[in-house]
Design a protein around this ligand. Structure first.
Ligand code: UGA
Length: 447
C-alpha cells in the first residue's frame, strides 16, 4: 500500500488496523520502530506518511470515505474445527468483510489481497450483499469484489512491488478492474498486468507458492543424494539451471523453507484437493511439506552425528534465526525446529541474528533465555557478539544467509573455538577456501 502511495501522490492511502499498538508503531517518529523490518520500507514511509499515506485505528471513517478497500488480513491455518491443520482460517477475512459491509457508503470496490482459498470472494460477496438487503438506505450502498493477490517476497518487498514480474487482477466487473488497473499502470507496464476470472486469480496465488516451495523441496531432497553419491549440489544446480526451461532461480539448497506462506498455502491446497475428492493430487503436494520437515530433522541429525551422537553440553553458535535474510520474520523458520532438536539433545546454544530479538526467539522456542530444559539440560542464550561467543565453542551453524555472516573473520573465530570444532553451513554461503588451513571441520549442505 505504501508503494501505491509513493507512485500515486494524488491517491490517499489509509492503512487501518484495530490494533492500536501496531498503528502507533507505524506512526512512530522513530522510523527504526516500524513493526516490520524490510529494506527500503522506512524510506517509502518517510517520503509519504502524513502526505497521502496514513495509519489509523479509525475504521468507521476510513471505510466510509474509501472508494476502494483492500482486504489484507492474515489467513492462518485453522487449528481447530473442520479442516483443522490444513484449511485456511478465514475469520479475519470474514470479520473484515462485515466491518466493510457495516460502514461502507456509496459504491465501494473491495479488493481481496489476502491469500485465500478459491471461492473466498463468494463469501465476501455474500456478506456484502446481505448487508445491502438489510440496509434501510440500500440504494446508497453497492459493492464490487475483485481479486488481486500479492506476490511480493519478504526481504525484497519494495523491489518486488516497484518492479513485479506481473500483477494479477481477477473479476468480472470491468469498471472495478479498470480502476485498479489504472492505479497499477502508473508504474507497471501494461503487459505485466494480467486479467483473469476471479477464481483463477485466487488459485494462481496458491499455485505460485506451491511451485516455488516444490522447487526448494526438490533441490533439498537432491542435496541428500549429492552427499551420499559424491556429487556437488552447486555443480548440479549450475548444470540443470543452465537449461532455460528449468532456470536457476529458487534452486538454492538450505535448511528447509520457512515463512508464513509456503506451508500454509500448500496445506490449503491439499485441503482443497481433498475437498474436491482429488486424493492423489493432495498426496502429491503434501509430499513437498513432508520432505521439508524431514530435511530440517536431517540437518540437526547431521550435526549430532558429527559429534559422535551427542551434543550434550556442547557449545553451539547458531547464526541466523529469521526464515531468510533481510527480514526479522521468524514464522515457520527452519531455525525453530533445528534449534529445538539441538536443545532437546542437551546442546547449549548461543543464537545470533542481526534483526531478530531474544524476545522473539523466546516466543518461538517456548523456553526462556538461560533456562535449562528440564529433560535434556539443553539451553539457549542470545549472542550479540559472534567473536565473543566463539570462545570455546564446539560448532557454528549457519541457518540464515545474512551478508554479515559472509564477512566473519574465520581465522580469529576458529582460533577461539574448542577443538575439534565444526562449521555447518546449511546455506552454502562460505567459500571452502576461507576455511582451509584453519584447523576447523566443515560441512556444507549437498556437498
Ligand atoms: C513467498 C513467495 O516467494 C512470494 O512470491 C509470495 O508473495 C509470498 O511467499 C507470500 O505468499 O506472501 P516469502 O515467503 O517472503 O515469499 O519468501 P521466499 O523468498 O519465497 O522464501 C521462502 C523460503 O524458501 C525461505 O525460507 C527461503 O530461505 C527458502 N528458499 C527460497 C530456499 O531455501 N531456497 C531458495 O532457492 C529459495
Amino acid at each position: 500500500m505504501a508503494v501505491i502511495a509513493d507512485n500515486c501522490p494524488d491517491i490517499f492511502v489509509t492503512l487501518v488496523d484495530k490494533d492500536k499498538r501496531k498503528i502507533d508503531s507505524w506512526n512512530s517518529q522513530d522510523l527504526s520502530k516500524l513493526p516490520i523490518y524490510e529494506p527500503g520500507l522506512k524510506d517509502v514511509v518517510e517520503r509519504n506518511r502524513g502526505k497521502n499515506l496514513f495509519f489509523t485505528n479509525n475504521l468507521k471513517t476510513s471505510i466510509e470515505e474509501a472508494d476502494m478497500i483492500f482486504i489484507s488480513v492474515n489467513t492462518p491455518t485453522k487449528i481447530t474445527g473442520l479442516g483443522a491443520g490444513y484449511a485456511s482460517d478465514l475469520k479475519w477475512v470474514e470479520s473484515s468483510a462485515r466491518i466493510v459491509a457495516k460502514y461502507a457508503k456509496g459504491h465501494t470496490i473491495v479488493v481481496e489481497k489476502s491469500t485465500v482459498p478459491v471461492r473466498t470472494a463468494e463469501l465476501i460477496q455474500a456478506i456484502l450483499i446481505n448487508s445491502v438487503n438489510k440496509n434501510t438506505i440500500a440504494e446508497e450502498k453497492t459493492f464490487s469484489v475483485i481479486s488481486s493477490p500479492e506476490f511480493l517476497a519478504e526481504g525484497t518487498a519494495i523491489k518486488d512491488l516497484e518492479n513485479p514480474d506481473r500483477v494479477l487482477i481477477g473479476g468480472d466487473d470491468e469498471l472495478a478492474i479498470n480502476l485498479l488497473k489504472d492505479i497499477y499502470s502508473r508504474w507497471i507496464s501494461e503487459e505485466k498486468i494480467l486479467l483473469t476470472n476471479i477464481w483463477s486469480s485466487e488459485l494462481s496465488k496458491l499455485i505460485a507458492n506451491a511451485f516455488l516451495a516444490q522447487r526448494v523441496s526438490s533441490i533439498n531432497s537432491i542435496s541428500s543424494l549429492c552427499e551420499s553419491t559424491g556429487a556437488d549440489i552447486k555443480e548440479v544446480v549450475c548444470a540443470i539451471g543452465s537449461d532455460k526451461r528449468i532456470g536457476r532461480k529458487f534452486l538454492s539448497p538450505g535448511p528447509g523453507f520457512g515463512g508464513s506462506c509456503f506451508k500454509k498455502d500448500i496445506l490449503n491446497l491439499v485441503y482443497l484437493c481433498r475437498f474436491y475428492n482429488l486424493e492423489d493430487i493432495a498426496n502429491y503436494w503434501e509430499q513437498v511439506l513432508i520432505i521439508n520437515e524431514k530435511h530440517k530433522e536431517r540437518i540437526s541429525s547431521i550435526i549430532i552425528e558429527k559429534f559422535f551422537g551427542t551434543v550434550s553440553n556442547k557449545k553451539i553458535i547458531i547464526l541466523g534465526f529469521a526464515f531468510k535474510s533481510n527480514t526479522n520474520d521468524t514464522r515457520e523458520s527452519p531455525a525453530i525446529k533445528i534449534t529445538k532438536n539441538l536443545i532437546e539433545n542437551g546442546a547449549q546454544l548461543f543464537i545470533n541474528d542481526p534483526k531478530v530479538s531474544n524476545k522473539q526467539i523466546l516466543e518461538e522456542l517456548k523456553l526462556k533465555e538461560f533456562e535449562i530444559d528440564n529433560l535434556s539440560s539443553g539451553s539457549w542464550q542470545f549472542a550479540s557478539d559472534i567473536e565473543v561467543a566463539s570462545k570455546d565453542a564446539d560448532a557454528i551453524v549457519i541457518l540464515t544467509e545474512w551478508d554479515e555472516y559472509k564477512k566473519i573473520n574465520w581465522g580469529s573465530v576458529s582460533a577461539k573455538m574448542r577443538k575439534p570444532s565444526w562449521v555447518f553451513d546449511t546455506r552454502n554461503i562460505l567459500p571452502k577456501e576461507k576455511l582451509k588451513n584453519l584447523n576447523i571441520n566443515y560441512w556444507q549442505v549437498g556437498t
